[in-house]
Design a binder for this molecule. Structure first.
Ligand code: ASP
Length: 342
């Protein structure tokens, strides 16, 4: 008889596990075991479901690297005994956590699916049930004795995306996420339509390695017309700065005013990596087109290519935690680690 897959649900917090206090109207955390009882449909799924929860579930606005490490450690400790993992997480910073996990989990060969909801599970019109049920189904999918998904995904409103390609695009619509630079991996309709050629395939017989050191001393700076010298000089002299991400215009364009170039050169001369990421939702940095970006390429700024800001932040924090020699950092950052860039 075919063995039923074992799926581990990990509840970290967020709307999906909340209930409205009937007196105050405020959303409060709900006991996760009760939540499972609330969805009897889960018993109809062809898998064995177990669950674990953060001892203090948190709103995802409070997520930080130590929480990413906690999730990674739960996966590591349970990796042998489970065929797939579903992480329930608030939607606000889900793309950051899911991107971080994609970089932490090297040689991942089992599905790790992040999901959440816009409305609490107890709400009549909730999107939580569909998101949870289909995430579990996706985490259970097997073809030719292999899990279909062998990477970190994010499932929301009928689509599974590569997690490190996602961004939260809407605070109100059920379709809260998008992946502007990479197609959905699975679309849920009457059937699950699997986009096989877009999925990652794990290398055979490689042991899972979980990277757990993040360097949080980085800056994320969004350029805007009129940004002034004092602000930039203040930001650039942040003590203990280890890395920087610039959200630039269009295909990676930055003002070519002399004072700005000079300030940036000082940072780069200190061997602090600076990554160029576009502010545009879709498309890529290309530092070969305009004079406003070629000069920056020439001083050694790293091209983020078509990476999302969420993936750039978490990749930079993780790479800075790995003591990569300065002369190799740019090449390594510009190389796709988990399908996060072209
Ligand atoms: N503020 C909530 C969170 O991100 C929203 C959600 O759950 O979607 O934790």
């Amino acid at each position: 008889m075919k063995k039923k897959p074992n799926i581990l649900l990990i509840y970290t917090g967020g709307t999906i596990g909340m209930i409205k206090n009937s007196e105050t109207g405020a959303l409060e955390n709900f006991n996760f075991n009760d939540l499972l009882e609330c969805i009897p449909e889960l018993n109809l799924l062809d898998c064995n479901i177990s669950s674990k929860s953060f001892s203090n579930p948190i709103d995802s606005s409070n997520m930080k690297p130590s929480n990413w490490i906690e999730i990674g450690t739960i996966i590591e400790d349970n990796y042998k005994n489970y065929d797939g993992f579903v992480i329930l997480h608030g939607s606000d910073t889900m793309s950051y956590t899911a991107s971080a996990l994609s970089f932490m989990l090297e040689n991942l060969s089992k599905p790790v699916i992040f999901t959440g909801s816009q409305l609490p599970i107890g709400d009549l019109r909730t999107d939580a049930k569909e998101n949870l049920i289909t995430s579990i189904q996706i985490a259970s999918l097997v073809e030719n004795n292999q899990p279909v998904v062998q990477e970190v995904g994010l499932y929301f409103e009928y689509k599974l995306y590569r997690a490190n390609r996602t961004t939260k695009i809407n605070a109100e619509h059920f379709e809260a996420f998008d992946s502007p630079n990479y197609p959905p991996l699975i679309i849920s309709g009457v059937n699950l339509s699997i986009n096989h050629q877009s999925l990652l395939t794990a290398k055979k017989n490689k042991k899972l390695v979980v990277h757990k050191i993040f360097e949080p001393n980085i800056l994320l700076v969004k350029l805007f017309p009129g940004i002034n010298k004092e602000t930039i000089n203040h930001l650039f002299s942040t003590p203990n700065l280890k890395g920087m991400i610039f959200e630039t215009y269009g295909s990676g364009n930055i003002t070519n005013e002399k004072w700005f170039l000079k300030a940036l050169k000082i940072i780069i001369d200190k061997k602090i990596p600076v990554v160029n990421v576009t502010q545009c939702a879709g498309g890529s940095v290309d530092m070969n087109i305009y004079s406003t970006n070629v000069i920056y390429r020439n001083i050694g700024i790293i091209s983020g290519k078509d990476i999302s800001t969420e993936a750039a932040v978490t990749k930079l924090m993780l790479m800075l935690g790995q003591n990569i020699p300065a002369n190799n950092f740019k090449t390594k950052f510009e190389t796709s680690l988990r399908g996060e860039m072209k």
